[in-house]
Write a protein that binds this ligand. Structure first.
Ligand SMILES: Nc1ncnc2c1ncn2[C@@H]1O[C@H](COP(=O)(O)OP(=O)(O)OP(=O)(O)O)[C@@H](O)[C@H]1O
Length: 349
């Protein structure tokens, strides 16, 4: 296997005037064409970590290697990377083309070559024919694409995205997320993205890192952070809606939903009482099921209905596609599609 393109090892950082916060010994690596998403609540250190990679901050300890070479000592402009922020920060008095060409101008490329590259890049971001357009005529999503084109036209080796779509309305934000997901394959450059938006993160990320108070709570693949939370906090942060009591014995766990198979990756947990983590999408309403359930509430949320049922004293949440109206108190049943469940021991925070 080839070496990862970016290797961040044990970096720490303390702000001069923020005694309560420090980024402690963070490490991660990133391969070519992969997108790492950094998630975490406000103030957890996501932007700090991104700025350390960008060179806008210098780590107190630790090393950052890019393409196998240390870059700790290099200023941002020598790191061969581009950063995209929440706001596009374009120059409003210039045309789209002139904005895209800024980096190439600084590099000293002749005008003809600049124009050729800028036009090609605008085509790649879906803005063909926009070269001569005044910036004022663009929508928010188009402006952010211009910012992406400006960042990519200089052919950076790494792209850093700090909540790039957070200023856009929800629909446009989703469209931009899908677009970036397609572009990711075309560009094949490693990217690190900071976002608060879980859906956006899950759509785009290949690797994930969840931060809390300057420390990593969990690192891993989509499957790991979504289905195998490292603890209760990580489970809640990833929007987990069901945690039920269980009694684990070997590869099985006894619950109000019957005896379930334990995910092999948590089979090492000691036998005894555990919390069983269930994704609501694994559960279905089923009046013919042998698991009796009483409706507690049913709330329509657009694409799905959020149904809370009581099963032998435990509340279980089910998300059913579309509109479903269940009356409170109705006696029915639920079904759990067979799969391996994730367990958290009582000690895990
Ligand atoms: N320039 C600074 N000087 C002192 N403290 C800072 C500075 N910048 C950030 N901090 C503090 O460092 C901590 C981490 O900030 P950071 O911006 O990295 O968090 P974040 O996870 O990106 O938050 P958000 O999601 O709100 O952008 C916070 O407690 C913040 O107040």
């Amino acid at each position: 296997m080839s070496e990862p393109f970016l290797q961040v090892s044990d970096i720490t950082y303390r702000y001069d005037h923020a005694e309560s916060f420090s980024l402690a010994k963070q490490s991660f690596s990133l391969g070519q064409g992969k997108l790492l998403v950094i998630l975490g609540p406000s103030g957890s250190g996501k932007s700090t970590l991104l700025q350390l990679v960008a060179g806008l901050l210098r780590p107190n300890e630790g090393t950052i290697l890019m393409g196998g070479k240390p870059i700790n000592h290099l200023p941002p402009e020598k790191r061969n990377l581009s950063m995209i922020f929440q706001k596009p920060y374009l120059l409003p008095f210039l045309t789209v083309g002139a904005n895209v060409e800024i980096g190439l101008k600084i590099k000293g490329l002749p005008a003809r070559e600049r124009k050729m590259k800028a036009e090609q890049m605008l085509k790649d971001v879906g803005l063909e024919g926009f070269y001569d357009r005044p910036l004022a005529s663009l929508s928010g999503g188009q402006e952010q694409r211009v910012a992406v084109a400006r960042s990519l036209v200089i052919e950076p080796q790494l792209l850093l995205l700090d909540e790039p779509f957070s200023q856009l309305d929800p629909l446009l934000r989703r469209q931009m997320g899908s677009w970036l997901s397609e572009m990711k394959q075309l560009w094949n450059i490693p990217m690190i993205m900071v976002t608060h938006d879980r859906e956006e993160a899950l759509t785009l990320g290949d690797r994930f890192m969840i931060l809390r108070d300057g420390a990593t709570v969990q690192k891993g693949t989509l499957e790991q952070i979504y289905y195998e939370p490292a603890g209760r906090w990580a489970a809640n942060f990833m929007g987990l809606d069901n945690k039920i009591e269980g009694m684990k014995r070997g590869s099985k766990v006894r619950t109000v939903l019957g005896e379930l198979e334990v995910n092999p990756n948590c089979a090492h947990l000691p036998d005894g009482p555990v919390d069983v983590v269930l994704r609501s999408e694994w559960l279905q309403m089923d009046s013919s099921s042998s698991i009796p359930a009483t409706i507690e509430s049913s709330v329509f949320r657009g694409p799905f209905t959020d149904i809370k049922v009581n099963v032998s004293g435990e509340t279980v949440v089910i998300k059913q596609l579309g509109l479903a109206a269940y009356e409170r108190g109705l006696e029915t049943g639920i079904r759990l599609d067979p799969f391996h469940v994730w367990c958290l021991s009582k000690e895990m925070t």
